[in-house]
Design a protein around this ligand. Structure first.
Ligand code: FBP
Length: 326
């Protein structure tokens, strides 16, 4: 079942990526997002599940599609399709796609019912590290101490670490602290989800992600890290009475709780799928050739413990297209 659904979800993220990639560089982030949402919604309705969106494009009144609580999946015609909770970021890095910058991806994570934290669309403070640094960082600890621990685990100097931080004014002090500790920084315009996945994959040259980004991206990162054995430590930023109320209505009792990976994505069966839209650290972007299209995706299944990098050549538009090796 996990394998069958992972192939279905692969198709969903691939189709969203191809749709979004047509808008690359148009300078219209809203349009890029919209076409990815539409493609994802359409293909999700062909998947044999009784699906519920738990992380999506926002609340029903602000998002016409893929809103939190939305039901989707193919008509079951009396068959008992599995109940599945779904978290989506139809286009992570809308501005990246709109400007043709690297690392925009389409993303979906799924679990059995109740396996992903239902988080409001707020900010989240995060530290993300790979498998070697699991258990070495604390959210409240001084930045220097966390970097020292990561360096020790990776058997290298702090000066040889690369930390990704979203380039935002709110990170002024964090950036000063990282520089003060001596680590190298890669400032990114957007996309802390793909950065977080990179931190858990050896050879990407990313050793940690630190700072404040979106909570939905945090839950999706956790789903990926459960499959990659990495770690995210995080806290929701519920700094208004309205946000506290919304979180409480979603079942979040302690607004100051510090979550670990398992607490953000606690499912026993987790499937994670992402496709590159623009070229990135981990995934190549969508490539068009003649009448064919080529996509590069990451599909992970936790129970069967598989991490698959999938290079797909889509020939459906013209069956006589020639396939190149790479
Ligand atoms: P979008 O894909 O919705 O444009 O989000 C991109 C992103 O950079 C995320 O990766 C990150 O978590 C969040 O936005 C940060 O939010 P903000 O831009 O408000 O700082």
């Amino acid at each position: 079942m996990e394998l069958e659904l992972s192939l279905e979800f692969l198709r969903v993220v691939e189709e969203a990526a191809v749709a979004a990639s047509h808008t690359m560089g148009e300078g219209n982030a809203h349009k890029s997002d919209q076409v990815a949402v539409e493609a994802m919604r359409q293909s999700l309705d062909q998947v044999p599940i009784r699906g519920t969106i738990v992380i999506g494009e926002g609340e029903r009144d602000e998002a016409p599609m893929l809103y939190i609580g939305e039901k989707l999946g193919a008509a079951d015609n009396g068959q008992a399709y599995p109940e599945v909770d779904i978290a989506v970021d139809p286009l992570e890095g809308t501005n990246l796609c709109a400007t043709g910058a690297p690392n925009s991806i389409t993303v979906l994570a799924a679990s059995e019912k109740g396996g992903l934290l239902n988080a409001p669309d707020c900010y989240m403070e995060k530290i993300i590290v790979g498998p070697s640094s699991k258990g070495a960082v604390e959210l409240g600890a001084p930045v220097k101490d966390n970097l020292k621990s990561i360096a020790r685990r990776l058997d290298r100097k702090i000066e040889d670490l690369v930390v990704i931080v979203l380039d935002r004014p709110r990170h002024k002090k964090l950036i000063e602290d990282i520089r003060g500790a001596g680590a190298r920084i890669r400032l990114i315009g957007d996309g802390d989800l793909s950065a977080g996945i990179s931190a858990a994959v050896l050879g990407t040259g990313v050793h940690a992600v630190m700072g404040i980004g979106g909570a939905p991206e945090g839950v999706l990162t956790a789903a990926a890290l459960r499959c990659l054995n990495g770690e995210i430590i995080a806290r929701l930023i519920l700094d208004t009475p309205e946000l506290k109320e919304r979180a409480a209505a979603m079942g979040i009792k302690d607004p100051n709780k510090i979550y670990n990976t398992q607490e953000l994505a606690y499912g026993k069966n987790i499937i994670f799928a992402a496709t590159g839209v623009t070229d990135g650290n981990l995934l190549r972007g969508v490539r068009f050739f003649g009448e064919g299209v080529r996509t590069h995706s990451l599909v992970m299944t936790m129970t069967s413990a598989k991490v698959r990098f999938i290079d797909t050549v889509h020939l459906e538009r013209r069956p006589d297209v020639k396939v190149r090796f790479q």
